[in-house]
Design a binder for this molecule. Structure first.
Ligand SMILES: C[S@@+](CC[C@H](N)C(=O)[O-])C[C@H]1O[C@@H](n2cnc3c(N)ncnc32)[C@H](O)[C@@H]1O
Length: 337
């Protein structure tokens, strides 16, 4: 049986966790003299070119400044406002730079974060993404990362069973399913459903413990498959991805969508559980900050519905739609005709 739905949703916990990035983004912008770069309104592309910084970095950083009220945006171009002109520019007598920069420097991996925003991805300390990309993960890291993901996904896994209808799905492949909290919550909710967690081998070993605890070992199993290098099993009615697309570049997401499309039978469904960015790219804070976080250890970003729709349709999926599933999360679905 699933645990009862949390009596209060987890958005406040996400807000607290993601609040870490508020002053971090400001200290990075000040250290990189981003505010000084605005002698005229500019989009991320223009500013990246002008300052010689990575486009991905500026696309992650500028929304963090906008959402905190330090930049305005008109017709796609960011610009300084009264607040940033007063406190973020070196020539102002009210400049806060030394304070924020000093606080930033106290963060243990500050140099990596700063280098990633300025130069794009760097070689140093890329966290688990190196193992994900190589398809090789050692057991200690697998345990650490899987426990880390499990707690942020567990409420939305149980929550999603109340808001999204999987009653037509008898067999589901949870791609990069981590601890299996989604597969286990679905199996608990739908007594006929069988699920497989497709994961790196070391993560499968960790997931088995979680599945047993959830009491669904008879209907949820694991399959060690490197999703990039190996063939996907073919006999599932639905493919479920939670927080997978946000780990990867648009090009890699296109490849994953294509692998899914090819492995599904006609009529099969793809389901993406993600925190969606609004079309402006600057709201809501949770998506903007999660996207900023993605620059610190992997190649991903939070996506807009339109962008995911484009990726899924390019692979051949039809009828792409989204609905809010739990907390900040939405479930995006598409169908293989
Ligand atoms: C951000 S976590 C998401 C975990 C889970 N879906 C959730 O939402 O809690 C990404 C997952 O993708 C898995 N993964 C990454 N690269 C993979 C690969 N090459 N093959 C299979 N799984 C992979 C990781 O092991 C990890 O559990």
């Amino acid at each position: 049986m699933n645990p009862v739905l949390p009596p209060i949703d987890d958005t406040k916990i996400w807000d607290i966790m993601l609040s870490d990035f508020k002053s971090q983004a400001i200290s990075i912008a000040l250290a990189l003299e981003v505010f000084e770069g605005f002698d005229a309104p500019a989009g991320a592309e223009q500013l990246a070119k002008k300052l010689g910084y990575s486009l991905r970095g500026m696309k992650a950083l500028l929304p963090m400044l906008k959402v905190q009220g330090l930049l305005d945006k008109h017709q796609g171009a960011y610009q300084l406002n009264n607040l940033s002109r007063t406190y973020m520019l070196k020539e102002s007598p009210y400049y806060w730079g030394p304070f924020f920069i000093r606080r930033g420097e106290a963060i243990p991996n500050y140099k990596v974060i700063l280098d990633n925003i300025r130069d794009g991805e760097t070689e140093e300390a890329r966290g688990p993404a190196d193992s994900w990309e190589s398809g090789q993960m050692d057991p200690a890291l697998a345990k650490k990362v899987t426990d880390f993901m499990h707690c942020h996904s567990m409420p939305s896994a149980v929550g999603m069973t109340q808001t999204c209808d999987f009653s037509n799905v008898q067999s589901l492949l949870d791609v990069g399913g981590g601890s299996g909290c989604y597969a286990s919550a679905l199996a608990n909710h739908y007594p006929e459903m069988k699920c497989t967690i497709m994961e790196l081998a070391a993560v499968c070993d960790v997931a088995k413990g979680y599945i047993e605890k959830a009491g669904v070992s008879d209907r949820v199993d694991t399959k060690a498959v490197d999703m990039f290098r190996e063939d996907w099993p073919e006999d599932y009615e639905a493919h479920f991805f939670s927080n997978i697309f946000h780990d990867w570049s648009p090009e890699t997401c296109e490849l994953l969508a294509q692998k899914s499309f090819d492995a599904l039978a006609p009529g099969g469904r793809i389901c993406l559980q993600e925190i969606l960015l609004e079309e402006s790219g600057d709201e809501p804070y949770a998506a903007v900050a999660f996207s900023f976080f993605m620059t610190q250890g992997n190649k991903g970003q939070q996506y807009t519905l339109k962008h995911l729709e484009y990726i899924l349709e390019k692979a051949g999926f039809k009828d792409v739609s989204a609905r809010r599933s739990y907390g900040y999360y939405s479930l995006v679905t598409g169908k293989k005709p």
